[in-house]
Design a protein around this ligand. Structure first.
Ligand code: SER
Length: 329
């Protein structure tokens, strides 16, 4: 009897693993999850040998998302019941290394989906992206269900991943949940290799030198979101009941849509001498294939999603908090 109770208690306890924890989303997600579920119940895992300073507050495990046997053994041996799988190459980096991007973005996902199918994991979060859309998608207020013909390696991998998530839910009852993140803006850790990174770089350069050369042209409108909203959305989706989660591919999230020119103007309200110029590179074509703005009414209806940070609030927080010494590291 005592044994049974102990077993039940252990079963009920959340034991969370965040794979790709040292990245832009992972760092803040781990900290938010630790606050909510306890330091020791949230393991940060990344391919890096050691935890970054921000993640030293709790357990860390070096784990390569592609090392299937190690990932399986760690999850099974440590009775992990929830996994956030964030390890991926983003859009710009993936274009430079398509084979590896496809391998990392897909194989890592199958390892986790299969563990859930076998009953080792109860719940999975896997991020998708606005990159699942393409040039034939309606660009304004892009609907949840629409034409999806992504033209980037990253977008193709995210769209395929969405299909597999839904398939594992339908066929095997795997409780997998996902959000199509817009470009994410944060100051805790730098983004790595995305097309939307200009909207973070701009703050570091505004503070450091008062000027910025944008790799997207002045009128490239893209959906973006302040990280605190993105983390809250992620946790709210994961805490929603199974019945509330009606979409098992991935939910649209709108965020705030703006162009580099509009962002520069918002920065100039705080730093009047700030200047911007434009030198579009290969990332312009990627941005041109993505939506200007997103319709996220499904998330609002199903699990009551509501955005908190608008452009002005986000700009103020970023200017107050970006630490330019990070650029030298
Ligand atoms: N922010 C990502 C990128 O630009 C999109 O998911 O690649």
């Amino acid at each position: 009897m005592i044994h049974l109770n102990l077993y039940n208690n252990r079963k009920r306890m959340k034991k969370i693993l965040v794979i790709g924890a040292c990245g832009q989303i992972g760092t803040e997600l781990v900290l938010a999850l630790r606050t909510r579920f306890g330091q020791d119940n949230v393991v940060a895992a990344d391919v890096k040998p050691e935890a970054t300073d921000a993640l030293k507050s709790g357990p860390y495990k070096q784990l390569d998302a592609l090392d299937k046997e190690n990932v399986r053994a760690y999850i099974i041996d440590n009775q992990i019941n929830e996994v956030y799988l964030l390890a991926a190459l983003l859009s710009a980096t993936a274009e430079k290394n398509p084979d590896f991007a496809w391998k990392l973005n897909m194989e890592g996902l199958f390892t986790i989906l299969d563990l859930a199918k076998e009953g080792h994991i109860q719940k999975i979060f896997w991020p998708s992206s606005i990159a699942v859309f393409g040039p034939t998608t309606p660009r304004d207020l892009t609907p949840q269900y629409t034409v999806m013909e992504p033209t980037t390696v990253y977008g193709i991998s995210k769209q395929a991943g969405e299909r597999w998530c839904e398939y594992y839910y339908n066929k095997f009852g795997v409780d997998v949940r996902s959000i199509r993140y817009p470009g994410l803006i944060s100051y805790t850790s730098l983004p790595g290799g995305g097309t939307t990174d200009y909207a973070v770089d701009i703050f570091y350069n505004a503070k450091k030198s008062g000027k910025y050369t944008s790799f997207l042209n002045s009128e490239s409108a893209l959906p973006m979101m302040y990280m605190e909203d993105a983390i809250r959305a992620t946790i709210e989706l994961m805490e929603a009941t199974k019945e509330e989660v009606k979409i098992r591919s991935s939910y649209n999230l709108a965020g705030i849509s703006f162009t580099p020119a509009t962002l520069a103007e918002a920065i100039q309200k705080h730093l009047p001498d700030f200047t911007i110029d434009y030198a579009p590179d290969f990332r312009q074509a990627i941005a041109d294939s993505w939506p200007n703005s997103i319709d996220d009414s499904a998330a609002a209806n199903d699990w009551h999603w509501k955005l908190k940070f608008d452009l002005e609030a986000m700009v103020k927080i970023m200017l107050e908090n970006v630490d330019i010494s990070k650029l030298e590291n």
